[in-house]
Design a protein around this ligand. Structure first.
Ligand code: ADP
Ligand code: MG
Length: 388
């Protein structure tokens, strides 16, 4: 990567490299912006940003995936509008760093990533967090503040009202564990996954155009559910504040669609707890069951699945050695995650690929999910993957 950097920007003094991982969310979907519970794990798939100081007052960013270099004068960052392309992520981050009082100085950046884009494995948070560390070039930053700042970049500049999960997982990832996170308090704990099972992410290779607008719709529908529920329970500030039992009593007073959206979120929060408990006692069947219930709830109540994801989940469930499967990420395409018996991934992948190709004429990419460490400076450059 250093060679590529020099080729692009010339011999430019000290080059540092920062890495931030993507993540797969095991359970707790569409709960983060409702301030509920999630259980992501950071992945070995990650975004790497190489950086060095630039001498001409400008900020330059090159994405290898886009094969595109863009540049800005540093003093124009404050009054830029969003462009609606990939540069909004690092520029949004630069702006948030500046408003938080960090020194953002002229620099050249090179972005390399192994996180598939737009697949629900959070290439966006990996890009935000790695760009933030690169722009900071070693300035110390509180890790929760780093996650929040990157979330603000996505909310304020990119314009997606997403929760904190992706950025938090990218910053706080740990080897050998998933992270149970309370998206309101940011309290979190590591969850050891039982032996004997593995998680495989299967990319449907589709992303339906509906994804963006539906996300905004769901955020609005959840806010509307809270407003209705508050008539009965004034202390409910978000859908994480009401139990299933309490919810079912008021559900009939909500418009039917709004009730279904809320039912997903309320029951999904409970399922995170249920899954983590089952994890703790090694109850693999129950873990699998929670995953499937999560999928059905996303499919029927929250209505963010699609034919491709449903097909992948149903095919996985009819495959031997599979405990459970669900869509993961925002939906309308992207990935499913399947929990399978350890050592069976080769057979699993073969069967899924064959069935999916037959049905949709697409070759799904698959990733055996290993929990990995969170965002950090790369000390050993040999760990940086080659240019793809
Ligand atoms: P996800 O986070 O699930 O991968 P998003 O739609 O949230 O999907 O984010 C994908 C967007 O992030 C891409 O469309 C692109 O704008 C940006 N992005 C991610 N990785 C890169 C990269 N390596 N180079 C340029 N842009 C990237
Ligand atoms: Mg994203």
């Amino acid at each position: 990567m250093l060679q590529d950097f020099k080729q692009l920007y010339g011999n430019a003094g000290e080059i540092r490299v920062f890495r931030a991982p993507g993540r797969v969310n095991l359970i707790g979907e569409h709960t983060d912006y409702n301030l509920g519970f999630v259980l992501p794990m950071a992945l070995h798939l990650a975004t790497y940003v190489a950086v060095s100081a630039s001498q001409d007052g400008r900020l330059r960013i090159h994405s290898e995936d886009r094969n595109e270099t863009r540049e800005w004068a540093l003093n124009e960052l404050g009054h830029l509008g969003k462009r609606g392309d990939w540069t909004d992520y690092p520029i949004g981050v630069a702006r948030e760093l500046i408003s938080a009082g960090f020194a953002v100085t002229p620099a050249n950046l090179l972005i390399r990533s192994t996180v598939p884009e737009g697949s629900g494995l959070s290439s966006s948070a990996a890009l935000e967090v790695s760009s933030a560390l690169a722009l900071l070039r070693g300035q110390s930053v509180d890790r929760k503040e780093l996650a929040r700042l990157c979330q603000r970049a996505e909310n304020n500049f990119v314009g997606i009202p997403s929760g904190i999960m992706d950025q938090f997982a990218s910053v706080f990832g740990e080897e050998h564990a998933a992270i149970q996170l309370d998206c309101r308090s940011l309290d979190h704990r590591l969850v050891q996954l039982p032996g004997g099972v593995e998680f495989v992410a299967v990319n449907s290779m589709v992303k339906h155009a509906l994804a963006g607008s539906a996300y905004h719709d769901r955020v609005r529908e959840c806010a509307s559910a809270v407003a209705h529920i508050q008539r009965e329970h004034p202390s409910v500030a978000s859908l994480r504040d009401i139990s299933i039992e309490q919810f079912e009593i008021v559900a009939g007073t909500l418009p039917p669609v709004i009730a279904r959206r809320a039912r997903h979120v309320v029951s999904e929060n409970a399922r995170v707890e249920e899954f983590v408990e089952a994890c703790g006692v090694g109850d693999l069947e129950q873990m699998g069951k929670s995953l499937v219930e999560s999928h059905r709830s996303l499919q029927h109540d929250y209505e963010v699945s699609c034919a491709e994801l449903d097909f992948l989940v149903d095919t996985a469930l009819s495959t031997e050695g599979v405990y459970g499967a669900r869509m993961t990420g925002g939906g309308f395409g992207g990935c499913i995650v399947a929990m399978i018996q350890a050592g069976t991934s080769e057979c699993f992948e073969k069967q899924i690929a064959q069935a999916y190709h037959q049905e949709f004429h697409l070759n799904p990419q698959m990733y055996l999910c290993r929990p990995s460490g969170g965002a950090a400076e790369v000390r050993n450059f040999e760990t940086i993957p080659p240019k793809s």
